[in-house]
Design a protein around this ligand. Structure first.
Ligand code: SAM
Length: 192
């Protein structure tokens, strides 16, 4: 297959935008796979800020990072991404180059704890303020569960309404696959 799968596409967008020394965000830590990827991408001179509301996600991510000696460049917050602006030091506002939100529930965890449209959109609004120009926010949208479909619709409605002078917004996904495959919405900031 020559076309890119969803997760490689998400990572490719971040690789095109972020490099050593950059400031980035993992909006949903889960088991820490994306945090690990981001920590490698920005290296020891960069910084990853990560958020999750579940203690299990914090523990799983911390363990993964410690095992790989990547914890030095990562700050974990055990609270929701809707507190992103107050959590990130003000001298770094305007300097964030990339962010990823893998939405839905924690794989292997409690499936009743899911990301919610209000808090996800609140985080995106704050991030749009905090990002550097040409910084990118990647949303991986899982809509196979009932709340996921509601979140999908709200995110599409919100991101479609972003002024095109302020950001490029794209959607990428397979449209002929069964079982509601995840898809991507990515937002590249153009101006403040
Ligand atoms: N990126 C993760 C990985 O690489 O393993 C997977 C993330 S998982 C699909 C979604 C996560 O979002 C869950 O761990 C859940 O606890 C978390 N979550 C739900 N609401 C949240 C919120 N308001 N802020 C931050 N995380 C939240």
């Amino acid at each position: 297959m020559k076309v890119m799968q969803i997760l490689p596409f998400a990572r490719n967008l971040l690789e095109r935008t972020c490099s050593n020394g950059d400031i980035v965000v993992d909006g949903t830590l889960g088991n820490g796979h994306d945090t690990e990827f981001l920590a490698h991408l920005v290296g020891p001179t960069g910084q990853v800020f990560g958020f999750d509301i579940q203690e299990q996600a914090i523990l799983n991510t911390r363990k993964r990072l410690e095992d790989l000696h990547l914890n030095q460049q990562v700050t974990l917050f055990h609270h929701g991404h809707e507190k992103i602006k107050e959590s990130i030091p003000s001298d770094l506002h305007g300097k964030i180059k990339g962010a990823i939100f893998n939405l839905g529930y924690l794989p292997g965890g409690d499936k009743s704890i899911v990301t919610k449209p209000e808090t996800t959109i609140a985080a995106i609004r704050q991030l749009l303020e905090l990002m550097a120009i040409e910084g990118i926010i990647v949303l991986v949208i899982y809509h196979g569960h009932q709340e996921g479909a509601v979140e999908r619709d709200a995110i599409i409605e919100f991101t479609q309404s972003i002024d095109q002078q302020k950001a490029h917004v794209i959607q990428y996904g397979f449209i002929n696959q069964n079982n509601h495959p995840p898809f991507i919405i990515a937002i590249e900031k153009r101006r403040d």
